[in-house]
Design a protein around this ligand. Structure first.
Ligand code: CFM
Length: 475
């Protein structure tokens, strides 16, 4: 990588830390470093409380539960339990697409909230919650269950949603799942993922069986949330190679399929960060093996298809080769079209807990280089998986603040910033091309062979738009 050395990047890190007071500097310093794949000493500190007063892009435990794990399950009513704002701001923003008839057998785009008022804070919201459960079942008789996602006040006032859920489940004869995911728990949305995994473990998994007998090629797709149709694109090629995707966790998810996942032969896990807990539980409790894979960009897709096929017999292995062969030419066409326009361009990535490492190969397929990558809420095991993917001297960081990002972009001048909506307009106004890499900027899918042509088009559109010639950047 031209011009990028470990020393220069470390110098930039020091200069960035100079922005802070001594105390804040000491806290932020372990969260950013020049990458050195051979030196484990560059380990980034992660999953710690954000420094107060420093602007963070993180979400909360409720966001991780309502928005990420539970929300995409399409045939349940998900109740945001507490004041109205949390429900409103987690309403449809993640673009986890679903199939079915809204309001009849699908409820994921609707907002159910207990809309707490002062009265509920003072006298408790349990009765109201019970009424909501009854009304939800009455208004939507085809609902397959209800999840109760607690917002902060519920835990603070000590309401017993577990008792309400237990009684409602008995009376209504559907699963009613209490999820104690109050936003103040933990340091980010990551704990919300964990709490949600635990509630699926305690209330859902193993409570149903699949209607048909289980076969040797039956698998589950774990940690694909169908953002912009991602899970549909992933499912398509897994089925083309002869596997049966019996359940998706939780994109376009169906609760009865999720409940029967303990019967599958293999768990394929895409978003390791948000669902490794359940993969491990199913391995320990039901002996189901699991493996990680990566469906971003043709290089990683082919590698993953072969690794997945290696878990099965020769028929599946041959099928995998056929699938790879079938898509080689169309993918090469995409590369031939876009690579000449993107060759040598650089990217800074800052997203949640998976994409900062999983998308690297897709950029590389287009001739681009990731020169800086960071997570909002990853843990040590995510960073350990990241160092080998990044070149020596590139910047790796954790829970960056807005001022840090600005300093790095100013110094490293990436050709693209790939991050979230809170970052988008800051960098676009500075004249730096940007893609919103959570919701795919209203585009997608980006997963699998259906996704790559769209990804390539979008990245080209962002970087090579003539608009940038008209913007006067402040630096
Ligand atoms: Fe997994 Fe995700 Fe991500 Fe995530 Fe998220 Fe997301 Fe994300 Mo936004 S589950 S960790 S909590 S891949 S919503 S679909 S894009 S931060 S990198």
């Amino acid at each position: 990588l031209e011009g990028i050395t470990k020393e220069k990047t470390q110098e930039l890190v020091e200069k960035t830390l100079d922005l802070y007071t001594e105390k804040a500097r000491a806290k932020r310093a372990p969260h950013m470093s020049a990458n050195d794949p051979e030196d484990s000493g560059c380990a980034i500190r992660s999953n710690r409380k954000t420094v107060p007063g420093v602007m963070s892009a993180r979400g909360c435990a409720y966001a991780g539960a309502k928005g990420v794990v539970w929300g995409p399950i399409r045939d349940m009513v998900h109740v945001s339990h507490g004041p109205i704002g949390c429900g409103y701001y987690s309403w449809g923003t993640r673009r986890n697409l679903v199939d079915g008839t809204m309001g009849v057998d699908v409820f994921s785009a609707m907002q159910f909230t207990s809309d707490f008022q002062e009265r509920d804070i003072v006298y408790g919201g349990d009765e109201k919650l019970r009424k909501i459960c009854d009304e939800a079942k009455e208004l939507f008789p085809l609902t397959k269950g209800i999840s109760i996602l607690s917002e902060c006040p519920v835990g603070l006032i000590g309401d017993d949603i577990n008792a309400v859920a237990k009684n409602a489940a008995k009376d209504l004869e559907i699963p009613v799942v209490p999820c104690n995911c109050e936003g103040f728990r933990g340091v980010s949305q990551s704990l919300g993922h964990h709490i949600s995994n635990d509630t699926i473990r305690d209330h859902i998994i193993g409570t149903r069986e699949f209607a048909e007998p289980i076969g040797d090629y039956d698998i589950a797709l774990i940690g694909d949330y169908n953002i912009g149709g991602d899970a549909w694109a992933s499912k398509k090629i897994l089925e083309e190679m002869g596997l049966n995707v019996k359940a998706i966790w939780t994109g376009d998810g169906q609760i009865e399929h999720i409940a029967a996942t303990h019967q599958v032969k293999l768990n394929l896990i895409h978003c390791y960060r948000s669902m490794n807990y359940m993969a491990k539980v199913m391995e320990e409790k039901y002996g189901i093996p699991w493996m990680e894979f990566n469906f971003f960009g043709p290089t990683q897709i082919a590698k993953s298809l072969r690794e997945i096929a290696a878990q099965f017999d020769d028929k599946i292995k041959e099928n995998a080769e056929k699938v790879i062969a079938k898509y080689t030419e169309p993918m090469q066409k995409v590369i031939d079209e876009y690579r000449p326009r993107l060759e040598g361009k650089t990217v800074m990535v800052f997203v949640g807990g998976l994409r900062p490492r999983h998308t690297i190969g897709a950029y590389e397929d287009l001739g681009m280089k990731v020169i800086a990558s960071g997570y909002e809420f990853a843990h040590t095991d995510d960073y350990d998986r990241t160092y080998p993917e990044m070149d020596k001297g590139t910047l790796v960081f954790d829970d960056a603040s807005e001022i840090e990002l600005e300093k790095w972009v100013e110094a490293m001048r990436p050709d693209l910033v790939a991050s979230g909506v809170k970052e988008k307009y800051v960098f676009q106004k500075a004249g730096v091309p940007f893609r919103q890499m959570h919701s795919w900027d209203y585009s997608g899918p980006y997963h699998a062979y259906d996704g790559f042509p769209i990804f390539a088009r979008d990245i080209d559109m962002a970087i090579n738009s003539p608009t940038w010639g008209l913007v006067k950047a402040p630096f």
